[in-house]
Design a protein around this ligand. Sequence first.
Ligand code: FAD
Length: 472
Amino acid sequence: RYASTKYDVVVIGGGPGGYVAAIKAAQLGYNTACIEKRGALGGTCLNVGCIPSKSLLNNSHLYHQIKHDSENRGIAIDGEVSVNFPKLMEAKEKAVKQLTGGIEMLFKKNKVTYIKGSGAFVDEKKVSVTPIDGSEELELEADHFIVATGSEPTPFPGITIDEERIVTSTGVLALKEIPKRLSIIGGGIIGLEMASVYSRLGSEVTVIEFQNAIGAGMDAEVAKTSQKLLAKQGLKFKLGTKVVSGVRDGEVVKIEVEDVKSGKKEDLEADVLLVAIGRRPYTEGLALEKAGLELDNKGRLVIDSQYRTKHDHIRVIGDVTFGPMLAHKAEEEGIAAAEYIKHGHGHVNYGNIPSVMYTHPEVAWVGLNEEQLKEQGIKYKVGKFPFIANSRAKTNLDTDGFVKFLADAETQRVLGVHIVGPNAGEMIAEAGLALEYGASTEDIARTCHAHPTLSEAFKEAALSTFDKPINF
Ligand code: FAD
């Protein structure tokens, strides 16, 4: 069925890590195959992660804005503005289909063999594939393997997922109707994005978080501001709160929570409970032991700095190994792994991987935050500029948030940038470039930024680390 059973490179997993690695390997001249068992390329990200969530975020934001924020913009709504939920979901599915289909086209264009099935090691030189169409098992040999099998939602001990009333991120992206009450365990990025979607669509949303702050990893000041803004939009937060149990009872979910400090218990009820406490590496069915590969105590495949396992020719990238579980991190590693195979060197700067939370306003950051700088004893200066003083944000009636620069106290070198505000996710790319090139805040402040744009707030925040801003 396939042209060959012997390849230069076989990639297991067709997510952002695997598909990018496969294309890059093929571009570097290797006869490459990619095994994917989902029946569609793009992995978690395109099928049940980044892409469907952003479709729902974008369209729910538009709806919310039209419904609640149009009069003062001079837009009169004649008649009822309402959600057509099945259609909203259809738009999401269409985006997913187009993009996953797009990768298939890219595979064709780059001559990557796409093998639809589940891969398992036979030994360190061979994998078997169980095709998803039920056809006969096949064995593939390769000089190099790249494992990119991704991750899955971490289960909550004692809570049974049915993907209907008690759901993971996969289920919450495919609900049949808008729940009246949605409770979410976990105030991380995935939890808060889904909280935003359903709150805009009319759900009463309660976010239960064990820690005393939302958004694990965010700069504390940014997390606090973002939480305040989300609370203003109607999200309820129960921070410092532990979930004791969550049980489906007919068409409702009964949740028992406990205040971490006082131990006081409380009973909550929801129509849907989303468990979003993180993700864990996924290696089920890979038969790692046949290739003698090891997992660490968090279930991650162990690798060296060139993504190699104990076998030089088996490399591992993406969510299934160390580092932040982000699509762009997996993609960078995919390219680097293929380049290591070809040239013996590759490049990923782990100090410069941006994070974005696509709520409104967005939150985006890259580099170190204030807490980390203090911990590491690095002397730094802060430069902040609020969007309320930015002409474009004011014109757009979208002024919540600020840009915050953290720069080395002596050299002005940019150490971290933290943004809560409109378009933060796009704006953070400039911060990444600054970090990559070792720019100082003065370099940015002396770079002409177009007027009127939100990026002028970026420039003035940089300026504020060493001089007075002009517009604030
Ligand atoms: P995956 O995307 O998980 O792909 C692994 C693939 O391997 C899967 O398709 C799986 O079917 C396949 N596979 C596994 N085992 C086998 C096997 N034995 N044989 C064959 N195939 C196999 N990240 C961002 O950067 N930005 C976002 O906005 C964002 N939003 C997210 C929203 C949600 C709701 C979720 C859940 C995640 C989000 N992420 C986001 C995280 C992102 O999806 C992951 O970091 C990314 O998909 C990891 O890529 P990967 O290639 O390592 O693994």
